[in-house]
Write a protein that binds this ligand. Structure first.
Ligand code: NOJ
Length: 553
């Protein structure tokens, strides 16, 4: 059972084939390049790779505009290369998740081309049409400021089509049983080629009712159950990781009361509160967010992340909390995006302060759920704010100090490699950090190992322990007979804290599993300790015999 639910104690690494490694010198990353870097990823210790879209696409939304679901975009290689890659990953014990983008297609998808060319086409009803411009056409844009409408007039057929995202991404009519059957077929296809599941894009929109006369769209949650059942029949251990930035009270609908829907969801709620905590040294909203999202079915799991390929969405914070985060991490308008977020990478957001970076990643590895690391984070890569929208944080991986950071032999990489400033590839690259025992890269490797050796975090029950200081977060994980305690100080100064653990953890010492500074409770039965600015510590309670206990479990 423990190993069957592999995603409970996984470490996921997210990357885009396009910007990871170019093997043939055309400036675009490809599967062969990725294949050559598999040992690097195995060395880092990650247990799953999440590939961003790589299917055939005009590439107007970085591949989230698919024009053929059953192929690899020729710029990245062939289906054969893909299978070589999944095989290579499997040999190294690494699973592969891929993006499943089925809320919409590209407007260059043959289905849409046929649908717009002929109202009688069998694909007409695969999309969402209206004869007139719906009253709400100028509402509900996902990319405000860039996208101007959610209904666009198609010149060919003279009708309006619905698109939740950009106008070149017409929404699929997901209520149509033929569309649903096609979605299953797409999943079945990639499962057969060796993937262990999907990161499902834009889930709330996939399951939302769509149409010109739908005023209050309801979600069709049962669709999620259909996806899940199909997947489990085809390959029992495959999972869906849902992208669904919804209110905590809605989460359970996505997991299903008995865990019969999605296995995993990204925890956007905790993500936003975490950034607020880092900006303000006030962890109270974070503790509340953890509490609000603690109820999960047994097989459910959170995906914990810091930054992803999109903007850091702060839309669920209060106005003043959001302003606090903007002031701290993205004060210039050019750093902000879509009126709700920050588009920078983490390292520049934190001013390159290694103490704060390590604090943030230590949290990512130790908050309740499965950590999802983004390529380049392991070396502290920066961003290029001269690039439009979210592209600033999607620059090629920096492998060495060779031209183009060793990403490509071409002089024209698909996106510019960061070459100047403190985050330029001359300073920040894998080759340098590999040779430095104290580098971010080697630290990340140690943290990944530590996280995998603390399954209590992935599996256990999490509760916050109060130490009277809202700038310090203490979490206690209990799982079977084991207890792990993680402590993070958000203060920029040293602080002394004291805390009492539930009775059963106060007898033996707390064993420091990162640095080796154990702690014993004083005569007052409280642990007293000093934390460096942005300091963090991971402990195991109950002495060293936890290994014995684990074996028994
Ligand atoms: C969410 C993805 O993360 C984002 O990058 C994309 O633009 C939209 N969905 C549309 O697919």
């Amino acid at each position: 059972m423990i190993n069957d639910l592999w995603y409970k104690n996984a470490v996921v690494y997210c990357l885009s084939v396009e910007t990871f490694m170019d093997s043939n010198g055309d400036g675009v990353g490809d599967f062969e390049g990725l294949q050559r870097r598999l040992d690097y990823l195995a060395g880092l210790g990650v247990t799953a790779i999440w590939l961003m879209p790589f299917q055939t696409s005009p590439g107007r939304d970085d591949g989230y505009d698919v024009s053929d679901y059953y192929n690899v975009d020729p710029r990245y290689g062939t289906l054969g290369d893909f299978v070589e890659f999944t095989h290579g990953a499997k040999q190294r014990g690494i699973r592969v998740l891929i993006d499943l983008v089925v809320n919409h297609t590209s407007d260059e998808h043959p289905w849409f081309k046929e649908a717009r060319a002929d109202k009688k086409s069998r694909y007409r009803d695969w999309y969402v049409w209206s004869k007139t411009k719906p009253a709400a056409a100028d509402e509900g844009m996902v990319f405000p400021g860039v996208q101007t409408s959610t209904w666009t007039r198609d010149k060919q057929s003279g009708e309006y089509y619905f698109h939740r995202f950009y106008e070149f991404q017409p929404d699929l009519n997901t209520a149509n049983p033929l569309v649903q059957a096609e979605i299953l077929k797409i999943m079945g296809f990639w499962i057969q080629l060796g993937v262990s599941g999907f990161r499902m894009d834009a889930v709330p929109f996939v399951i939302s009712e769509k149409g010109a006369d739908v005023a209050q769209p309801k979600e069709q949650f049962d669709m999620l159950r259909t996806f899940r059942e199909f997947l489990q029949w085809r390959k029992g251990d495959s999972v869906i990781l849902a992208e669904a930035n919804v209110l905590p009270k809605e989460n359970i609908e996505y997991f299903g009361d008995d865990g019969e829907r999605m296995q995993m969801m990204f925890n956007f709620h905790v993500n936003q509160a975490l950034f607020y905590a880092m900006a303000s040294a006030d962890t109270r909203p974070l503790v509340k967010a953890l509490k609000d999202t603690e109820k999960l079915p047994k097989t459910g799991q959170w995906g914990i992340f810091l930054r992803n390929h999109d903007e850091l969405d702060l839309g669920r914070l209060t106005q003043s909390q959001r302003q606090t985060v903007f002031n701290a991490f993205g004060p210039d308008k050019g750093m902000q995006l879509y009126d709700r977020g920050i588009r920078r990478r983490l390292a520049p957001m934190l001013g390159g302060d290694i103490r704060r970076l390590k604090l943030a990643y230590s949290l990512m590895y130790s908050l309740p759920g499965t950590p999802v690391l983004r390529y380049g984070d392991e070396i502290g890569m920066g961003d290029d704010l001269t690039l439009p929208e979210r592209n600033c944080a999607r620059t090629p991986m920096q492998w060495s100090n060779e031209p183009q950071g060793g990403f490509t032999k071409s002089e024209k990489p698909v996106l510019p490699v960061i070459s100047e400033g403190p985050y330029g590839y001359g300073h920040v690259n894998v080759a340098f950090q590999r040779r430095d025992a104290e580098s971010m890269l080697n630290w990340t490797e140690r943290m990944v190992r530590m996280r995998k050796e603390a399954p209590e975090i992935g599996w256990g029950t999490c509760s916050a322990v109060d130490c009277g200081d809202p700038g310090v977060l203490i979490l206690r994980y209990a799982w079977r007979d084991n207890v792990v305690i993680v402590i993070h100080s958000f203060h920029d100064r040293p602080v002394e804290i004291a805390f009492r653990l539930p009775q059963d953890n106060n007898d033996g010492p707390l064993i420091d599993i990162l640095d080796g500074h154990d702690s014993r409770a004083n005569h007052d039965r409280r642990h007293h300790m000093v934390h460096e600015p942005y300091g963090f510590r991971w402990f195991r309670a109950g002495g060293l015999d936890y290994l014995l206990k684990r074996r028994r479990a």
